[in-house]
Design a protein around this ligand. Structure first.
Ligand SMILES: *Cc1c(COP(=O)(O)O)cnc(C)c1O
Length: 457
């Protein structure tokens, strides 16, 4: 197996600081390809750099286990003093290739892959908080994330407060408590589709010395790199546009390496971890304390790791990300333009269409584009929704979003059925809302399909 990329930043740091190189090595795999390469090239070649006669394609290493020469080597790996795979619950060469590519695309310090997007958000949060702590999150959240924060984490003694992402800064700050340990938001809220006001939230996080976590699933790094706009940690459901073809469930967490954990609020980072011979994460891994701790503790104990097969498929998905995302965006924009003029459509929501969304796209996005997700309101009642969905032929009724095939969903009766009306409205969901995940089919076929289904509704 060839070299698997670590962050170029980390590698540089490790090289510059020979004294700590032994310890830093536990995080950093050997140096790799080319931070100077463009985003599109990194989509295809980033993170895996084969040597002569090795596979050009990132291989699937379907192995739980790895071989060593002596017990001292194993000991160094097990105590985080040397880098190396030990057991595929905590790392695997194929998964590491996917992690390295995700890290390069986001411009992070290190990344870890997870079994799902839910596992990614859980990992990001529980690696920071403990019972008694409080988290602050936007209310425009993926339904599963809202339930995790609002119901399940509560059972473990972690409280959450939610704010309207467009509320004034002072109003959001009022929700900060002495025990608040992080702020959470989604680049494009699912399914409210509001684009995050990065400056406002990053400003609050900085002022209060807490990390800012951003779920980038709907935008992807092709559209937006949250670490460049004040985020400290980026999370993903790779199930969405990273996979792009609806084949696999998975996720990822990227550590920006840009947060100072040493100001006293985060003792788990700055005091010895007895489960690893007393390692102190911020001392041994100054730039990637969060990521190393997340991998070493969460994957070890909670076990939410990604399989090599799914890592292989996600890696393949990334190789066309830069080709698929513009098509998703162009198709969604054209379908939104069509729906906006249709007499049976009450309203339409797509990030580029309103002035506020347009401004944020210009400020924070790498392309003047709005992803493939749009929502609209249909004139009529629940039966109208039923008839419309029944008559679609190209688009299908699915719960999933963000793959090559166009899909529709009625959130109020499905993904958000567990929320009451007030919570639904806070999440941006109205009873007449239809969510469309616009695929990469020919736009003429999609418009004709929606046209006939609206007529039949
Ligand atoms: C789908 C999704 C998740 C959950 O991801 P899974 O891979 O389904 O577990 C989290 N956040 C957002 C924004 C999502 O769209």
């Amino acid at each position: 197996m060839s070299r698997i990329a670590a962050s170029p930043k980390r590698a540089k740091k490790a090289a510059a600081n020979k004294k700590t190189s032994q310890k830093t090595a536990a995080a950093a795999a050997p140096e790799t390809a080319a931070p100077h390469l463009s985003f599109d090239t990194l989509c295809i070649q980033g993170g895996y750099d084969p040597k002569v006669s090795e596979p050009r394609i990132l291989p699937i290493v379907q192995s739980t286990t790895y071989k060593y020469d002596d017990i001292d080597h194993v000991n160094r790996i097990m105590t985080l003093q040397a880098f190396g795979h030990k057991y595929s619950r905590t790392s695997n060469p194929t998964v590491a290739g996917f992690e390295a590519r995700m890290n390069l695309l986001e411009g992070g310090a290190a990344a870890v892959a997870t079994a799902s997007g839910q596992a990614a958000n859980l990992l990001a949060v529980v690696s920071i908080v403990r019972a008694g702590d409080h988290i602050l999150s936007t209310s425009q959240l993926y339904g599963g994330t809202f339930t995790l924060f609002n119901a399940t984490l509560k059972k473990f003694g972690i409280e959450a407060s939610f704010f309207d992402p467009d509320a004034p800064k002072a109003e959001i700050e009022k929700l900060i408590r002495p025990k608040t340990r992080l702020i959470f938001g989604e680049t494009i809220g699912n399914p409210g589709l509001a684009i995050l006001d990065f400056d406002k939230l990053a400003g609050i996080a900085r002022k209060h010395g807490i990390p800012f976590i951003v779920d980038n699933s709907l935008a992807t790094a092709w559209l937006c790199q949250p670490l460049r706009h004040g985020a400290n940690i980026v999370t993903y459901s790779a199930t969405k546009y990273i996979d792009g073809h609806a084949t696999s469930i998975g996720g990822a967490v990227i550590d920006g390496g840009n947060f100072d954990w040493t100001d006293g609020k985060f003792p788990d980072f700055t005091t010895p971890d007895p489960t690893y011979n007393g390692v102190i994460y911020t001392e041994s891994f100054p730039q990637t304390a969060f990521l190393i701790k997340a991998r070493a503790q969460f994957l070890r104990d909670f076990g939410g790791c990604l399989s090599p097969m799914n890592a292989f498929l996600f890696n393949l998905g990334l190789e066309t990300l830069h080709l698929r995302m513009p098509r998703h965006g162009d198709n969604a924009h054209a379908l939104a333009d069509f729906l906006e003029k249709h007499p049976k459509v009450a309203w339409i929501n797509y990030p580029g269409l309103n002035a506020a969304g347009k401004k944020r796209i210009e400020k924070y996005f790498r392309h003047k584009n709005g992803s493939g997700i749009l929502t609209f309101g249909i004139k009529g009642d629940l039966d109208t929704v039923r008839r419309f969905v029944k008559h679609l032929k190209v688009a299908a009724l699915v719960v999933h979003i963000a793959d090559a095939r166009t899909g529709v969903l009625h959130p109020a009766t499905s993904t958000h059925a567990q929320l009451n009306e007030k919570q639904c409205l806070a999440a941006g969901i109205t009873p007449d809302m239809i969510r469309v995940s616009v695929g990469t089919e020919d736009i003429a076929d999609l418009i004709a399909d929606f046209d006939q289904a609206l007529d039949a509704a």
